[in-house]
Design a protein around this ligand. Sequence first.
Ligand code: TRP
Length: 453
Amino acid sequence: MSSGGQREQWATRIGFIFAAVGSAVGLGNIWRFPFQVGQEGGAAFLVIYLLFIVLIGFPAMLIEFVVGRHTERNPVGALQEIGAGAWRYVGWIFIATGFVILSYYSVVAGWTIRYTLLGLQDDYIADAAEAEAQFVTLASGLDAIFLHAIFMVAVIAIVAYGIERGIELAVKVMIPAIIVIMLGLAVYVATLEGASEAYSYYLSPEWGVIAAEWQSILPAAAGQAFFTLSLGMGVMITYASYLGEDRNLAEDSAIIIGFDTAIAFVTGLIVFPVLFTAGVAPGDPGAGAIFVSLAAAFGDLTFGWLIGAIFFATVAIAALSSAISLMEVVVSYAIDELDLDRVTATLAIGGAIFLLGIPSAYDLVLLDLFDLFADQILLVLGGLLLAILVSWSLSTLAIEELERGIGDLGSLGTAWIWAVRIPVVLVLVVALVLGILDYYEFLSGDFAAWLEE
Ligand code: TRP
């Protein structure tokens, strides 16, 4: 524990919930989710994803919450307290993951700032090939490094102010703004000509797709469920460690998950009508997909520049409220374990993360190198180890902690633990194996080719 005395706390219940929603709602909802739906078969993917949110995401979020509230420590300290032997070091994976994810997350967030500005300058290009070329020019190089720097400065500024005056205050403004703007955009795009075609693509599942492509749909949906809820990296451990009182953690989780899922869902209601109206295919793969196809679509619409600027600005805000949670994981560690004061810790860590992000801002292949490694390997590995440890050897502690603030759970507590022991663990093992294979393919394919150049 820090020598500075009392640990910081959230001032209000809504502050904690908004901060967790702010962490969850981010590029994962607005950038990743629609292109996953596009790639993995439309509405059929949506159904599987929703199923995984409830069956996997909910029990896994509760695991992180009980660990955080029980230990009142950062993820490294928390795991040292509850783990024995090698388990004591699992927290380090979380810190490393946070470091790596934020380094490139900030680069992508920089693109959202760039695309907001493009809209304001009426510079979206309707021609798909030209829009792609525009993206490639903007996504890497000095320009991208500069915007990455600007974004990191914003993250540092908020986190340096601390839990109550920094993070809590910022999310109380950002979350309502995101909700209102997204709903407004969804209503507006409902008037577009391609809207009804888009809704049927998005909302009426073709079940045959699941039978034919379950091998790729299942891991993609599970990975997305984890990423979008900010699980696997100790964010929810850290945020719950600042909870003073005995809240009903199950209720809070349900609210947080409900908001996150609603915003992802509404994003689909915005993105697909825009794409269908402009005649752009929803399924283009790759990190740039949603930037290229949306910008091209916005370039085609009347008032597209304005809708686009509002949309991308909202994405930038959502990315900021997630980025502060990634940063807070590392900062809480430095404050608790290294005895640094908050401002020093934030500046030092923020500076280091900025430097680590420069390669990602320099070349898209390097961004993929970081993204795939963190997202498909580190994140899943951390989540898996935590799930195994808590559900198999600390189940009594976990159930008791969950019951604080709820009361006797009876057999529901056991049901929760078993949902983690088998389904969550199984899904994560499969996701990890597939993730490693995929990474190997990337290293020997795209990355090897890049090295040769
Ligand atoms: N959940 C955020 C999103 O959807 C991203 C994120 C923030 C995250 N913190 C995380 C993902 C921790 C995994 C782990 O964009």
